[in-house]
Ligand binder design. Sequence first.
Ligand code: SF4
Ligand code: SF4
Length: 220
Amino acid sequence: MIRDVDITQIWDGRFYTASDLVKADTMDCRGCSDCCRTMTDTILLDPWDIRQMQQVTGMDFDALLEKHVSLTVADGLITPVMSMTPGGACTFLDGTGRCTIHGSRPGFCRLFPLGRYYDDSGEFRYFLQARECPKPKAKIRVSKWLGVEDLPRYEEYVRRWHAFLKQVQHLLEGESEKLRKQVCLYLVQLFYRRSWDGESSFYEQFEERLARARKDLSLR
Ligand code: SF4
Ligand code: SF4
């Protein structure tokens, strides 16, 4: 979700790249799971997240929707978001407060307490959300904190997905509710409901779907 806030009110005063050290290491959270109990309905999921979840649970998107994922509207587009239990916790949190999909957790969970700041060109840098997580933290390299395989490729995907969503939002400005809904459902079908092949490169599959969506929506 794009937050329209004054970054100087929430950061530690500097931007970071993947190779920088940042004081974000919560040291395995040491028994704390507050974030997994309070923030899940704000954890928006992108296609990479859904593919990770499909692989680790063996569930297709409709099965995930029944148990772990909901749909919400964010920045005018229908978007998957983590579901909560009646008590407000993430459905992947176990009874001891541990994440049962830690190795396949969504990008939002990997980032926190970092965030991404996008400039007008669509480029992003990381920043530390200085007011989040009151626990003591150690320095760690951003790339290690994220723990994503082939991080440069993942970062490129993040940029391209962000840019595409901005284009679609712009395209739908001022359009009828009916058309907005049609486009949203088309995107849900193409990027989420249609399963991702676990044997093939996610990024190649993503680029194919992106090219198709751009063509179908007449985007450059
Ligand atoms: S508040 Fe900090 S230590 Fe607790 S779960 Fe969140 S990130 Fe981990
Ligand atoms: S996926 Fe894991 S890390 Fe993320 S909110 Fe759920 S339990 Fe917490």
